[in-house]
Structures are given as structure tokens and as C-alpha cells.
Design a protein around this ligand. Structure first.
Ligand code: BES
Ligand code: ZN
Ligand code: ZN
Length: 485
């Protein structure tokens, strides 16, 4: 979909569908010249998500769709995202080829200014238009080709440009997530990373194969891929700003393109969902997709450890002992706790080779986080209070909500091994999500680090108009682009 902006002072261009956003208890203003039957305006209350479609009786639009945002005090970026998503979905339904979303100054004010408004509308329109029909033989191209966002001046335009980069990146991450495991293998993740790097001269991509990883001593990561005929890769993307970087940040993603559990095999019900076990990796690639356009002042590294976890003659067996890149030995007591095994080496690599000012990993690490927080929030744990709080704040701004979970010294002790330094599960103390984070904490060295468990938020979330249901959410892209700044 082609998305552009226009200043509200300019005359309205002719369009199949004009969308006007309205606040509750305030008079709905229409662009000059547009006329609709009186009754359709009188009966519109402007309640949040109220939508009223009517044929226009004059002006540059064929039809007019009014969408309510609710009270001015409750209007925020999230409501605008949802309204924009409702707009493009309705446009597609009525087979409109073009839609104009018209935003009055009062709405920009209510939503935190023209820039925030432009960003939210662009994000919502792009995310709302996301479909995954690449694998349907009768897929048809969308009717809606052109979306124009109308708002005030340069700030609105600037916000919309940011929202476009982020919205497109979210859809890119979702398309990686929704791809089936046989078409999104570790090698396909690596190829996608190379393509992302190709979008900007400031992004480079290095892909370490199994030989290179063996040379670095990544025995933990390699023990997971040994159970599959598909080789593992460690993807390392680097974004460098044009000027001297303000700081160095690192993102690390779990890229398990399919997790059958290995020898500790999972039950077959819903096992298909384990194609989503690469959602952390998809988010990292998504962030770099956006970075090509956003040009932040920080240097950003993105590391994705990508592998399959399958049972095979060479697969990890419960009780096996492997050695990670930092020399730590690990008893693999449950082969289904494989995410932490590959992240152990990815984090040790970041600590040794990147030495960032702060590192955030994203992983669909534990079913336990779904029990604790459900699907509408991600859990955050780590070794730095400020970093975790900053992620919670980014969550509030973006709607990708984050909730803090504990990580104490006792939890780190719970994963000490009997035969090796560590064990990859605790010995029955509960706190499953914290146990995963506690294990990872032994590989971060002296990095400031936060771990996001996105196992709930990556798919299967509530309907929010721009996302929801069985499909992937691209969680992490909006959160981390906000955090990077
Ligand atoms: N990929 C799973 C976690 C997961 C489960 C994500 C369900 C989303 C939905 C992870 O590799 C795993 O299997 N974790 C185990 C850990 C356990 C063996 C300590 C789990 O959560 O059951
Ligand atoms: Zn697993
Ligand atoms: Zn997994």
C-alpha cells in the first residue's frame, strides 16, 4: 500500500473513501466542500470504534466513513492506530482504491500533537492492512492502493514518516513469523537478514556458519542444531549512524524456526505454533528494517541465533553436558529448554565481541510467561533497574506492554548444576520464566542486560484492529524502535 501525507490546509483530493475521525460530544467537522446527509452526522456520537459509512452528496469524496475515538481525554496514539486500522479494513471491504484519513486539529491536540498523530495513523493504517495470503493459491491483490493521511504541517508529516518505517517493519516481521517452518528455515532467516542489510548502506550483515561458531566455542548453540539436518547460523547485523555514535546498543533474538522440543518432545497438539519460536529473531530483523529509514544516533547491533530443535540420532539427550563460548558447562536436563541454550552463546558473543552499553534479548522462551501474564504483555527481567524501567515505559508509549518479573540471586543459584556448572532447568523451584532469565544471566558478563519473554505476546493476542488472533504480532519492533530513540 502506498501511503502519503497532505497538509490539512490544502484542498481535498478526490478519493473513493474519506475517513473523518470524531471525538465524543463534539461537533464533527468535515473538510470544505464535503457534504453528507444530515441524519448520518446527527446520529453519530463519536464513541470509540463507532463507525458510520455513508454516500457523500457533494465534494471530492465518493463516500464518507466516520470513526469515533471516544472522549478527548481518552484519545491517545493507541486509539488512533486502531481507528486507522478500522479505516483501511473498511476501505478494502467496500473495494475502495483510495482512502483519505482526515484528522482535525482538535484530534491532533487530544492525541498528543501532530507528530504523534501522524505516527500513530501511519502505523495503524499499515499494520491494519497486513494480510498473510502468500500461501493461498487464489490470493488476489488488495483493492486499496493509496492511503493519504491529512494533518497539520511538517510535524504531522515527520510523524507519519516515522510511523511508516515502523509500520512497514512490523509487517515485515509478521511476514517472517507467519511463514511456515519448511519455508522459514535458519538459512531463510539468514537470507532475510542479508536482504534487510541491503536496504541501507549503514547496515552490514555478517552470518556465522556452524564452522565459524565451532571455532568460537559455541558448543551450547551447536548442541541444539545437531538434532536437525538444517544447519544453524548466528546472524550479526550492525547499524552505524553517520556521526559518532551516542551509544552502542545490542539486540539479541531467539530464532528457533521450529521447536519440536527435541528428545524431550512436545505434545502434538498445537505443535504447529512452534513455527513462531523465531519471533524474537523476527523482531530483531524488523527493527533493522525500520533502522534503515529512522537513522537513530546510536550504533545498533542485532544478533539472531537461528536453528531448529528436532529429535534425531545426533540430538541432545537429557543429561548431556555441553560447553558454551564463555567456558561455562551446562547439563541439558530438558532438551525443550533449547532457547536458553542458543541464547547463552549469542549473549556470550555479544559480551565478548560487541561490548555494548546495553543489551536486550527477545525470546519466546517459556510457556510459563503465558501463565503469569497472558498474551497481552511481555515479561521483562534483567540486571539493570533503569533498563527494565525504560522498556516498561516504551511499552506504555507503543502499546506493546511490558511487565517486570523478578530475577534474584536465589534464582541464579537454582540453575547451578550437579555434574556441570549449570543445568538448563531449575530443580523444581517453580518461577519458570525467571528460571530462564536466571540461566541467561550467567552468560551476559558485565553487560547491562534485559530479557524480554515474548512467548505470550508474539501471537494469539486480543483483537486490537491492527493485530489479533492466531497470526503473528511482530511484537518488539515498535517497542524497541521506541527504546532505541
Ligand atoms: N519455545 C518454548 C516456549 C513456548 C511454549 C513458547 C509455548 C510459546 C508457547 C520453549 O523452548 C520451551 O519449550 N520452554 C519450556 C521450558 C521448560 C522445559 C523448562 C516450556 O516453557 O515448557
Ligand atoms: Zn523448547
Ligand atoms: Zn523454544
Amino acid at each position: 500500500m502506498n501511503l502519503t501525507t497532505k497538509d490539512s490546509k490544502a484542498a481535498l483530493t478526490s478519493t473513493d473513501l474519506l475517513v473523518v475521525l470524531g471525538l465524543e460530544n463534539s461537533r464533527l467537522s468535515l473538510p470544505t466542500g464535503v457534504k453528507v446527509p444530515a441524519l448520518s452526522t446527527q446520529s453519530f456520537k463519536g464513541e470509540f470504534r463507532e463507525a458510520r459509512l455513508t454516500d457523500a452528496i457533494g465534494g471530492a469524496a465518493q463516500r464518507v466513513l466516520k470513526i469515533g475515538l471516544g472522549k478527548a481525554a481518552d484519545t491517545d496514539m493507541e486509539r488512533l492506530r486502531r481507528a486507522a486500522a478500522i479505516a483501511v479494513k473498511k476501505a478494502e471491504k467496500v473495494r475502495a482504491r483510495s482512502v483519505v484519513i482526515w484528522c482535525a486539529a482538535a484530534i491532533e491536540k487530544a492525541a498528543g500533537g501532530a507528530e504523534a498523530c501522524g505516527q500513530a495513523l501511519a502505523e495503524g493504517a499499515l499494520m491494519g492492512a497486513y494480510v498473510c495470503d502468500a500461501y493461498k493459491s487464489d490470493a488476489k491483490p488488495p483493492y486499496l492502493k493509496k492511503t493519504t493521511l491529512v494533518g497539520s504541517g511538517a510535524r504531522f508529516k515527520k510523524g507519519a514518516a516515522r510511523g511508516t518505517a515502523i509500520g512497514e517493519a512490523n509487517c515485515f516481521a509478521r511476514s517472517l513469523q507467519d511463514a511456515p517452518g519448511n519455508l522459514m528455515r535458519p538459512r531463510d532467516m539468514a537470507m532475510s537478514a542479508r536482504k534487510v542489510a541491503g536496504r541501507s548502506a549503514r547496515i552490514t550483515c555478517k552470518v556465522l556458519d556452524e564452522k565459524a561458531m565451532a571455532k568460537l566455542g559455541m558448543g551450547s548453540l551447536l548442541s541444539v542444531s545437531r538434532g536437525s539436518s538444517e544447519p544453524a547460523y548466528l546472524i550479526h547485523l550492525t547499524y552505524k549512524p553517520t556521526k559518532k555514535p551516542s551509544k552502542k546498543l545490542c539486540l539479541v533474538g531467539k530464532g528457533l524456526t521450529f521447536d519440536a522440543g527435541g528428545i524431550s518432545i512436545k505434545p502434538s497438539a498445537k505443535m504447529d505454533e512452534m513455527k513462531y519460536d523465531m519471533s524474537g529473531g523476527a523482531a530483531v530483523l524488523g527493527v533493522f528494517h525500520a533502522l534503515a529509514k529512522l537513522s537513530p544516533t546510536a550504533e545498533v547491533h542485532g544478533i539472531v541465533a537461528t536453528s531448529e530443535n528436532l529429535p534425531d540420532g545426533k540430538a541432545n539427550k537429557p543429561g548431556d553436558i555441553v560447553t558454551a563460548m564463555n567456558g561455562t558447562t551446562i547439563e541439558v536436563l530438558n532438551t525443550d529448554a533449547e532457547g536458553r541454550l542458543i541464547l547463552a552463546d549469542a549473549l556470550a558473543y555479544a559480551a565478548k565481541k560487541v561490548k555494548p552499553d546495553a543489551t536486550v534479548d527477545l525470546a519466546t522462551l517459556t510457556g510459563a510467561v503465558v501463565v503469569a501474564l497472558g498474551h497481552e504483555l511481555s515479561g521483562v527481567m534483567g540486571n539493570d533497574e533503569k533498563l527494565q524501567d525504560a522498556l516498561v515505559e516504551s511499552g506504555q508509549r507503543t502499546g506493546e506492554l511490558v511487565w517486570r518479573l523478578p530475577l534474584l540471586d536465589c534464582h541464579k543459584t537454582h540453575v547451578k548444576g550437579n555434574f556441570a556448572d549449570l543445568r538448563n532447568i531449575n530443580s523444581g523451584q517453580g518461577a519458570g520464566s525467571t528460571a530462564g532469565a536466571a540461566f541467561l544471566s550467567h552468560f551476559v558478563g558485565d553487560m547491562k542486560w534485559a530479557h524480554l519473554d515474548i512467548a505470550g505476546a508474539a501471537w494469539g493476542v486480543d483483537d486490537r484492529d491492527y493485530q489479533g488472533g492466531a497470526k503473528g504480532t511482530g511484537v518488539g519492533v515498535r517497542l524497541l524502535t521506541d527504546w532505541i530513540g
